[in-house]
Design a protein around this ligand. Structure first.
Ligand code: SAJ
Length: 417
């Protein structure tokens, strides 16, 4: 049985490690965070994701969590590469320390896989030289760049069913890595070179960012023209080659607001991609402008933010547009109360629904959690000071809320004319 060491047990590393373990590999999962390792040893998962508990139970006998690297045949790095906002390039410290620890145990014939998102050229100019400090030359060990593509909320399903792109430093590396992934991937596996694989990952997420920016821009144009953008998008999407995404309060998560910077930071040619970033980043300001219009003239307004996760039905708040919205609203003198039944940790106190709506003047839906659809407008209405609802996701049943006495506005609904 081949032994794999997975470095980084976060949202990507842990599910990948467990899928490999349940496919018959002997897997050592390594994380520098002692708490994560201790919890895993005691059977506690660090985050929730559909199917993860069941997979953990199944994979348990082939999986162990450790704080330090152990010799293996294959090393897979799934460490974060967060954006350093001063220089618009990724902070490579976690990947670097993973590479250095691999260098200390690397043997001829081993395979090293990097999954973390990086700018094009990083593997050639940064990753391989660190591994070569082991004394081995690339070729004596194998190396492949295999970007992840799974979407939070459906991570396990997508890790198994999505097609996969694998870039090798040579054909043998790509083929060996392909065999590793084929142990659990049911989608097709496509082999290419390292640079192309790095580029593909970045353009996928930039593509999504640009498309969301398009939806956000037309929501604002529709608003100016007195048109309901939701009806307009539905009608436009009847065209066989049009598929417009959903406007919203902005783009969050650990990938889409960040990866486009990796793509454009050294380019003199990029215009559309940075502009899309700017449009999406301005959406919390736009939502606040609309909420202010709704509450014009009200003294000492209190608003209730429904949802701080970066998107619906996940507990993840990384880069959430909710944080920017809350800070901007506080700067305008609003008192802000926050409710999110899925999120466990956040910069602001997380209140129960009753506490969050008590004496509030306006509910602002920032995250499209399905559970918010079950909120009973009549019960909330009794607790509020004023009955206003701004739905920045077009999530709720607005008729029901209007019947309960709420004044309702939806992002892009064109009702301000
Ligand atoms: N959003 C909208 N309108 C939409 C769709 C999304 O405002 O129509 C917002 C969401 O609310 C969220 C943000 O965009 O704040 C991003 O959400 P998402 O669901 O589009 O993507 P992520 O960040 O959860 O996952 C993305 C995925 N990439 C693509 O779809 C191209 C996933 O496949 C990647 O694996 C992941 O990034 C990653 O790790 O790179």
């Amino acid at each position: 049985m081949k032994r794999i060491c997975v470095l980084g047990l976060g949202y990507i590393g842990l599910p990948t490690a467990l899928l490999l373990a349940s496919s018959g590999f002997e897997v050592v999962g390594v994380d520098i965070n002692r708490k994560i390792v201790e919890n895993l040893k005691n059977g506690i998962l660090p985050f929730s994701e559909p199917g993860l508990e069941e997979l953990f139970a199944k994979a348990h006998k082939n999986f162990e969590a450790e704080e330090k690297i152990e010799p293996a045949d294959i090393y897979l790095i799934a460490a974060p590469t967060p954006l350093d906002k001063y220089v618009d390039v990724p902070d490579m410290k976690y990947v670097k320390s993973a590479l250095e620890s691999i260098g200390s145990v690397l043997e001829p014939g081993n395979l090293v896989i990097l999954e973390s998102t990086v700018p094009v050229g990083t593997c050639e100019r940064f990753v391989i030289p660190i591994l070569e400090k082991s004394g081995l030359r690339a070729g004596e060990f194998h190396f492949a760049y295999c970007p992840e593509r799974a979407i939070p909320g459906r991570t396990l399903y997508e890790m198994v069913h999505n097609d996969r792109i694998i870039g090798g430093i040579d054909r043998t590396s790509a083929e060996i890595a392909g065999e590793v992934y084929s142990s659990f991937v049911k989608g097709s596996i496509y082999l290419t070179n390292v640079r192309t694989a790095e580029f593909v990952k970045l353009i996928e997420n930039a593509y999504r960012d640009v498309n969301i920016a398009f939806a956000n821009e037309i929501a604002q144009i529709a608003e100016e023209l007195g048109i309901n953008v939701w009806e307009a998008i539905e009608l436009a999407n009847k065209h066989p080659r049009v598929n417009i995404l959903r406007p919203g309060p902005g783009v969050g998560g650990h990938c889409i607001p960040i990866d486009p910077f990796f793509l454009v930071s050294n380019s003199l040619r990029s215009r559309l991609i940075p502009l899309a970033r700017e449009i999406n980043d301005q959406m919390p300001n736009y939502v606040l402008k609309k909420v202010k219009e709704m509450l014009l003239g009200l003294k000492d307004p209190t608003i209730t933010v429904l949802g701080v996760a970066y998107k619906g039905n996940v507990d993840d708040t990384r880069e959430t547009p909710a944080l920017k919205f809350i800070k901007l609203a506080e700067n305008e003198g609003f008192r802000v109360k926050v409710h999110d039944p899925l999120v466990r940790n956040f910069e602001y106190p997380l209140l129960s629904l009753e506490e969050a709506v008590k004496d509030s003047d306006c509910l602002v839906v920032i995250t499209d959690h399905d559970v918010f659809r079950d909120i009973k407008p009549e019960e909330v209405a009794k607790l509020m000071r004023n009955r206003n609802l701004f739905d920045a996701r077009n999530l709720l049943n607005h008729e029901k809320w209007r019947k309960a006495g709420f004044r309702v506005r939806v992002i892009g609904d064109g009702s301000s004319l």
